[in-house]
Design a binder for this molecule. Structure first.
Ligand SMILES: *Cc1c(COP(=O)(O)O)cnc(C)c1O
Length: 361
């Protein structure tokens, strides 16, 4: 029996995708082998990765002057790839809205020291809001402005992008990838680890404006971490995470079938509203995020009593709602309600919360 899995990542995937992958496990479309077993240079695999790229381009409406790269190393490795590939002046502006932005900033400091500047932060209130980014002190010679667009741990999301004052915007979208339409042209680089909303851990998808992919990288940048290497070889410079990219491709098709990113957004808004509406009138549970900055994907909440929180998580688990424990820095609970979480999952969770509230009032 499958549970309702509210994990922040690796996270729930569409059941249809998993079933299809199971059907194709032993014999992928008459090849007599699993996708796990085939050469990444084979015709069958070439079709898989090309089709995956085509489908994500369709979904996100990615212009021709952007490359789509399928990479490894997780979002955390990409934290280092950003300065390695983009720093010309060793100057960059970071907006600190949580742990992942902070880690990316710290990684940039390895290369640029004080040149990696934090131009805004919401650390003063446990990252429970997105700072005003309309007029930030961005250094004139900054190579880029960096954000984490959806903060997986704290449950905040940018509703408007920062004013970068003409600088390139780099955005980590790991936990909101393909959750709603985006205007790719507003970014220099959009990237994310796929294990939150798109596929199995082990793949990073990076969408990079072509003019930012050059040989002019920081000295010492390894061959594999140079975007130009990956771009020149269509993400096949070395063996990619073949099977995981194949699953991502299936998720792209599933989203297309669901109606694309507009439909995904409507689906996600509907789910989030059910949970937030309940939280807003509950006398027991409280959302922790400033309402206008709330994420559609990650919903942290607390009772204000650590023992009661623990009791809730335990009883929820017994009732088939898994992975609701919040991140240790926020405490309480967190429901991650990614694309593949069905509406019934959220409805049933709220029903369960109501019952818990009544029993523990
Ligand atoms: C999970 C997460 C990361 C880290 O991803 P890894 O692939 O584990 O390195 C980075 N940024 C965000 C927004 C995340 O949610």
């Amino acid at each position: 029996m499958r549970v309702y899995n509210f994990s922040a990542g690796p996270a729930v995937l569409p059941e249809e995708v998993l079933k299809e992958a199971a059907d194709e496990m032993l014999d992928y479309r008459g090849t007599g082998m699993s996708v796990m077993e085939m050469s990444h240079r084979s015709k069958a695999y070439d079709d898989i990765i090309k089709e995956a790229e085509k489908d994500i381009r369709d979904l996100m409406n990615i212009p021709d002057n952007y490359k789509v790269l399928f990479l490894q190393g997780g979002a955390s490795q990409f934290f280092a790839e950003v300065p390695m590939n983009l720093m010309k002046n060793k100057k960059a502006a970071y907006i600190i809205t949580g742990q992942w932005a902070k880690k990316a900033w710290q990684e940039a400091q390895i290369f640029a020291g004080d040149g990696a500047v934090a131009v805004a932060s919401s650390a003063d209130k446990t990252f429970s809001y997105i700072p005003d980014c309309s007029d930030l002190p961005i250094p004139e010679d900054a190579d880029y402005v960096y954000i984490c667009e959806n903060n997986t741990i704290y449950g905040t999301k940018y509703k408007t992008l920062p004013n970068t004052k003409g600088h390139i915007l780099v955005s980590d979208v790991s936990s909101c990838f393909l959750s709603e339409p985006v205007d790719v042209t507003k970014y220099g680089v959009i990237y994310g680890g796929v294990q939150k909303n798109v596929g199995p851990a082990g793949v990073v998808i990076a969408i990079i404006r072509e003019d930012l992919i050059t040989d002019d990288v920081l000295p010492g940048t390894p061959t594999l971490l140079k975007w130009k290497t990956q771009a020149d070889n269509d993400s096949l410079y070395n063996t990619p995470p073949c099977y995981n990219i194949y699953i991502c491709g299936k998720v792209f098709k599933w989203i297309k079938k669901m109606g694309g990113l507009e439909a995904m957004k409507a689906h996600n808004e509907k789910k989030a509203k059910i949970l937030y509406d309940y939280l807003d009138q509950s006398k027991l549970f409280k959302g922790t995020v400033r309402p206008e900055d709330r994420s559609l994907m990650n919903v942290p909440f607390v009772t204000g009593n650590a023992d009661l929180d623990a009791k809730f998580v335990k009883e929820a688990k017994a009732a088939g709602f898994e992975n609701l424990k919040g991140h240790r820095t926020v405490g309480g609970m967190r429901a991650s309600i990614y694309n593949a979480m069905p509406i019934e999952g959220v409805e049933k969770l709220v029903e369960f919360m109501k019952k818990f509230e009544a029993e523990n009032a």
